[in-house]
Write a protein that binds this ligand. Sequence first.
Ligand SMILES: [Zn+2]
Length: 72
Amino acid sequence: MIRCQACGTENPDTAAYCSKCARKLDPATQQAVAELRATHTATGIRWSAVILTLILLVLIIVLVALFALHVL
Ligand SMILES: [Zn+2]
């Protein structure tokens, strides 16, 4: 599907012009937007992994600190 930049109407991949507002559709721009979105999604997944790792690290540090306090 190609989304019209002007009105947001979804058009078939084969369409050269928007079926609603007749604006020229640019598949190259559509592809760039899709790639940009994919990159953003991938970055989002990586960030959540980093946050999870940090939470795990903090938990380990807290556990080690508690254990050390008990021993000392
Ligand atoms: Zn349109």
